[in-house]
Design a protein around this ligand. Structure first.
Ligand SMILES: Nc1ncnc2c1ncn2[C@@H]1O[C@H](COP(=O)(O)OP(=O)(O)OP(=O)(O)O)[C@@H](O)[C@H]1O
Ligand SMILES: [Mg+2]
Length: 373
């Protein structure tokens, strides 16, 4: 059986070790020990922060082995120098003086192992273990970086899709207005002419047709309003007011709207985010909440707009936000993030609270204005 000092490490490539050590003799002993233990190493000695930082910056290393106490440097400072370099390298302490408590503290701060200078039999295995551990740390960091990049790409894609959808909606609304709206108006003129000039049966049919036409015009206008909310034309405050009016009419639920401003400078994307947030919140309330009352507050202060929507319904249950087939609130969070804001949905004991915050170039102040149900 092999004793530790006889173990051979079949490493093809040379291991480059940066040794932080003030004593030339101890350094040479260390290098010789590593060689005797079968490691193919190439070492360089530094003994202070500047030279260590420069070596880490300018050359490729596989590991750092540091003495604990040196005249102008210490293992703790060496570890910090390594951290600052951003390199994820194994860090071993080899010391003649280190006590158990200090060693434990060093390990807690991120050192991989520590050895006593007179007892270096375990140096080779300690080094290879530490290199393996550092490699898995690097793999984990790479995986985390890749995950963050992929999340960022997904967020960008989602923001892009929102923009595309809104653009498409605007285009359809425009077509509806110009093509369908124009044709319906022309039809109305013709029917009105027949209603004035036709014989009695034609007049009756024309009047019926005019009633049907009025319904079709109302339906197409409603469709246009849904596709291209009045928010962009009339401003956000009247648009939110209008949404609440529709909600009250549709559900009979009491709903109040308060705001401390009536003029807000919002770009299209932010205005649409605010509008779609209230729209989805109200849809959710009518679908899920069984609420008797809704209170909406729009406040602009310190360059931020907050829209708070409170209902007194059954409240959101834990897990509701993770439903795999529910996209409403997830989409709203993405929208908020895309305009530099955020969305919080909190389950209250009394129903549900939603808070949207977005940055604004604000026209602040004004007296609070309310429009109770
Ligand atoms: N105001 C609310 N009161 C109670 N529960 C709510 C409320 N808003 C949302 N929920 C719960 O949170 C879940 C997620 O809402 P979300 O809007 O994300 O999806 P959804 O409404 O189910 O579907 P959609 O994708 O059509 O919006 C809902 O299914 C519902 O259970
Ligand atoms: Mg929903």
């Amino acid at each position: 059986m092999n004793t530790p000092s006889e173990v051979r490490y079949p490493l093809q490539s040379r291991i480059r070790i940066l040794v932080v050590e003030d004593s030339e003799a101890d350094y040479e002993l260390l290098v010789a020990t590593l060689g005797r233990q079968g490691l193919n190493v190439e070492c360089r000695r530094v003994e202070e922060a500047d030279t260590m930082a420069a070596a880490l910056r300018d050359e490729r290393w596989d590991a750092v082995i540091s003495d604990h106490q040196m005249p102008r440097f210490s293992s703790g400072e060496a570890l910090q120098t390594l951290r600052r370099s951003g390199k994820e390298l194994p860090f071993l302490i080899v010391s003649g003086t280190i006590g158990e408590e200090v060693a434990v503290e060093a390990m807690r701060n991120g050192a991989d192992d520590f050895l006593i200078k007179g007892r270096l039999a375990r140096l080779g295995p300690a080094l290879t273990n530490a290199m393996r551990a550092a490699e898995s740390r690097r793999d984990r960091l790479d995986a985390e970086t890749a995950l963050r990049a992929s999340e960022q790409r997904l967020q960008n894609l989602s923001a892009h899709l929102q923009t595309v959808v809104e653009k498409e909606r605007r285009a359809i609304a425009r077509e509806l207005h110009d093509e369908v709206g124009g044709a319906l108006t022309a039809l109305r003129f013709d029917l009105q002419w027949i209603a004035r000039n036709g014989d009695a049966p034609a007049v009756r049919r024309a009047q019926q047709a005019l009633e049907t036409l009025a319904q079709a015009q109302e339906a197409s206008q409603q469709l246009m309003r849904n596709l291209r909310p009045p928010v962009l034309d009339a401003g956000i405050v009247p648009a939110l007011d209008w949404l609440l009016l529709q909600f009250r009419r549709r559900t009979g639920c009491a709903a109040s709207f308060r705001t401390n401003t009536d003029q807000i400078e919002l770009d299209d994307a932010a205005a649409m985010t605010v509008y779609r947030t209230l729209q989805e919140a109200l849809t959710n309330i009518s679908k899920h909440a069984q609420a008797g009352r809704v209170d909406v507050d729009l406040v602009v202060r310190d360059g931020q707009l907050s829209l708070e929507i409170l209902d007194d319904g059954r409240g959101i249950a834990p897990g509701d936000l993770d439903k795999p087939t529910s996209y409403g609130l997830r989409g709203l969070s993405e929208r908020a993030r895309a305009v530099g804001g955020w969305l919080e949905v909190s389950p209250g004991r009394n129903g549900t609270a939603m808070l949207l915050t977005v940055p604004v170039r604000a026209t602040e102040g004004g007296t609070p204005q309310g429009a109770a149900a």
